[in-house]
Design a protein around this ligand. Sequence first.
Ligand SMILES: [Zn+2]
Length: 150
Amino acid sequence: MVYSFTYNATTPDQLPADEQELCARALEACEGSYAPYSNYHVGAALRLSDGSVVTGANQENASYPCGTCAERTALHYAQSAHPTLTVDAIAVAAKSSSRPATKLPFPCGLCRQALLEAEQRQNTPIKIIVATSKEAMVFPSAACLLPFAF
Ligand SMILES: [Zn+2]
């Protein structure tokens, strides 16, 4: 058996304009991060089916499990405030010590599960874009990042 999928590995300036804009919104969203423990500030930007963009940032807590990642902050807000809309795409960006991160900010396992369930619930794929200032990867569906999901 073979599991495979196709994704785009490129540089941010080669992304289509709408994806570049979403990445820029994700980087801006890092400003809303509360990450005094990890100093890893993550922002996420979702484009909804009406074209609007919802953003979120990671929120840490002294009791670590209380914290929430940027992706789920944005996703759960979108699902709560706009339950009739679907999520077309999500971009994720990160900053460390106020500089853009150099390592691609891939969603963690919890966020992959949340994105996959949102995708299954809406029955349309959610494009996932992870980017730094130097590289970007675009996955056509949340299912690509979580094979054999719960
Ligand atoms: Zn996460």
